[in-house]
Design a protein around this ligand. Structure first.
Ligand SMILES: C[S@@+](CC[C@H](N)C(=O)[O-])C[C@H]1O[C@@H](n2cnc3c(N)ncnc32)[C@H](O)[C@@H]1O
Length: 263
């Protein structure tokens, strides 16, 4: 029997596609121009694997990773300490930094945090003069992985047990972020990339989604119901992402921006 993942973040499940998930982080960081960086904040740092690489990117800088999940932070804290990297259990919606960071990086985290208008205002407001905010978020609400999940949530076989779907966080169009950041007094670069991941089969796509978007459904369904839901989801995913001679192509759209404060 498959064990349902919990609503809490599961670092082991999340790490299963580590290489694919890391590439957008490196693509984001490569676009940051700032030279004199002495302090970096990683918002939603997760298990800290990627946070640590920021210490190599800026050898003079101190790096602080914050995350609202103790489960995700645990591996970060267990790893051998780095003299310039620290972690704090904190929710970006209520926390604020003690000192203005020169650079704020956030990879694959802000899509979990609501009210992006207010969030951008907060994050750019934290920056030191001339500082940089660099963000990557999945932009996949319209992807089959998500539309199938939404349809199954309404399916009479599961609807009663699932209850209301979790409130959706709105990731806006790329131009919305460009306009907002310009209005907040930043220079901004915005771009989108569709990563085409070659997966073994449809089951591998389901395993990927189990680490993120499937977590709320998994937490609300008990044993047999979770099995049934997963079987229905897998069947539809297999139809939406057909197998070819070399596996299954899994397109994954992501949105990026790098904003430099003019203050
Ligand atoms: C998909 S993981 C990304 C982790 C890491 N940045 C990476 O790229 O591997 C998203 C992370 O955002 C964190 N997160 C979600 N909402 C948050 C909030 N309000 N404040 C701080 N962290 C949050 C989650 O706990 C999770 O560790």
């Amino acid at each position: 029997m498959t064990t349902p993942p919990t609503t809490r973040w599961d670092p082991a499940q999340y790490a299963r596609f580590e290489r694919e998930r890391a590439q957008p982080f490196f693509d984001l960081v490569a676009r940051i121009q700032s030279r004199a960086v002495r302090s970096v904040l990683d918002v939603g740092c997760g298990t800290g694997e990627l946070t640590r690489t920021l210490a190599d990117r800026w050898p003079e800088a101190s790096i602080l990773g914050i995350d609202s999940s103790e489960a995700m932070l645990a591996p970060a804290r267990e790893r051998s300490p780095h003299p310039r990297v620290t972690y704090e259990h904190a929710d970006v919606r209520t926390w604020r930094p003690a000192e203005p960071p020169d650079c704020i990086v956030s990879n694959a985290a802000l899509q979990w945090v609501g009210d992006h208008a207010r969030l951008l205002e907060r994050l750019t407001g934290w920056l030191a003069p001339g500082g940089t905010l660099a963000v990557q978020m999945p932009h996949n609400d319209a992807a089959s992985t998500h539309t199938i999940l939404a349809a199954l949530w309404r399916d009479p076989r599961f609807a009663a047990a699932l209850g209301d779907p979790p409130p959706a966080v709105r990731v806006h169009d790329a131009t919305w972020y460009g306009e907002r950041l310009l209005a907040l007094g930043c220079d901004v670069e915005v771009w989108e990339t569709i990563y085409l991941h070659r997966m073994l089969d449809a089951g591998a796509i389901v395993e990927w989604v189990k680490g993120t978007a499937l977590r709320p459904a998994a937490s609300r369904l008990a044993g047999g119901a979770w099995e049934g839901f997963l079987a229905a989801y897998t069947e539809r995913i297999a139809a939406a992402y057909p197998a070819g001679p070399h596996g299954v192509w899994f397109p994954f759209p992501r949105l990026f921006f790098v904003a430099s404060s003019n203050r």
